[in-house]
Write a new protein. Sequence first.
Length: 147
Amino acid sequence: MRKLAADRAGLEILHLGDCFLMLGSVPLGRIGFVAGGEVAILPVNFVVDGQDVVFRTAPGSKLSSVEVGHYVGFEADSYDAATGTGWSVVVNGLAEVVESAAECARLDGLGLASWGGADSGRVWVRIRPVSITGRRIPSPAAATAAE
């Protein structure tokens, strides 16, 4: 395993490829955006499509108010209380509703399981990243070995 740089808090700074591996390992993340003058942070089931994060939402939901060209924040993470290890990946980018029927059909084939009932009538939202950062809490054994 390659040695990772650490930030001032001692968290390992993940390489871009590792960020995508981590994102692909969990089904749930959180999206943050501005709606009606307030910041909203909502959980979403998602998948990684190339270098984009995609998820479905119901028409008329708060998430459907994410307008094309508006910046959003997305975060996914994992934490193991027993070992004290975990990671977090943050994606900042532009959100867009997927309009193409062919593209929606392709995304339907990615196997995303949505919350809240049937997927019919839901719209796909794509986040095109502008920046992706990730941090990992090293295992106590790895932290001790590095000292």
